[in-house]
Design a protein around this ligand. Structure first.
Ligand SMILES: [Zn+2]
Length: 275
């Protein structure tokens, strides 16, 4: 039996695609969820990412001044819907340590908490641009230091339980993807390496909302095919690393699609779950 994956919805933020994508995809605004994933096999509960902390939603606005809802309560509620409490989580994997992925980390003090060592270094030493944008929550440094079981990995690691950690920098210094072997083949949780499926499918003609509605993309506004297989947007800090990471994943799935690549803020996952 392989792993089962459940999508956890921790809230949402309104996002404007053209602002992120250098003016391309004009006119497309949609709600982007803050996602987590629950991985289950043989009585083990593994959580991937822990949402946004309420201190990063001020007057109903979060990153970039965008309207948002979320907070630790959303994480606890999402677990409760699965019949779980924080103490039932054995392991927490962090795709990266941005403030909308570490929100409820303080509730998992007794779990094995795993992230890349380079991501820890990025948290301790954010670039000036990352400081301006407030990407990291400096308060979680003490929380992680107080955890009795933190595991900082370096590079690609296969865990004893069969999950594969793949270092995929680009969005941050130590971003990590998680390859989950299921009975229906591999699925890779990529965090914010790709916020949504459009970011590695620039020629998509349709997007989905969290309610399953279809948004048509005017091809005239899309990134030209000559610009390559991934969208170069404002949330990538290291373009060279991002391409290397893309090619690393390309070889590990039957196709680069939303079926196999599970993004950290993909609306369709809220409506359809993992296919
Ligand atoms: Zn991020």
């Amino acid at each position: 039996m392989g792993w089962r994956i459940k999508v956890l919805n921790y809230g949402e933020i309104k996002s404007n695609l053209s602002k992120l994508c250098n003016g391309m995809y004009a006119g497309i605004e949609r709600q982007s969820p803050y996602l987590g994933f629950l991985l289950q096999k043989d009585g083990q509960n593994v959580l991937v990412d822990t949402g946004i902390h309420e201190r990063f939603i001020v007057d109903g606005k979060a990153w970039g001044g965008n309207p948002a809802v979320g907070g630790t309560r959303y994480v606890l509620d999402a677990l409760k819907q699965e019949g779980l409490e924080p103490k039932d989580i054995h392991m927490v994997l962090y795709t990266h340590l941005h403030n909308d992925h570490t929100g409820a980390c303080e509730y998992f003090m007794d779990a094995l908490n795993i992230f890349q060592k380079d991501e820890w270094l990025n948290l301790l030493n954010p670039l000036p641009s990352q400081q301006v944008r407030g990407d990291y929550d400096m308060q979680v440094i003490d929380t992680f230091r107080a955890m009795p079981r933190v595991c900082m990995v370096e590079g690609d690691v296969e865990l004893a339980n069969g999950l594969q950690l793949i270092k995929t920098p680009g969005h941050t210094l130590g971003s990590m993807s998680i390859l989950v072997p299921t009975d229906d083949g591999p699925r890779i949780i990529v965090g914010d390496m790709f916020h949504n499926v459009l970011f590695f499918n620039p020629q998509l003609e349709e997007l989905l909302t969290v309610d399953g509605e279809v948004i048509r993309i005017d091809p005239a506004t899309a990134q030209p095919a000559s610009h390559g297989p991934i969208i170069v947007h404002s949330l990538i800090y290291d373009h060279y690393a991002q391409y290397q990471s893309y090619y690393k994943l390309l070889a590990r799935v039957p196709e680069m699609s939303g079926k196999y690549i599970l993004c950290g803020h993909e609306p369709a996952l809220v409506y359809y779950g993992v296919q």
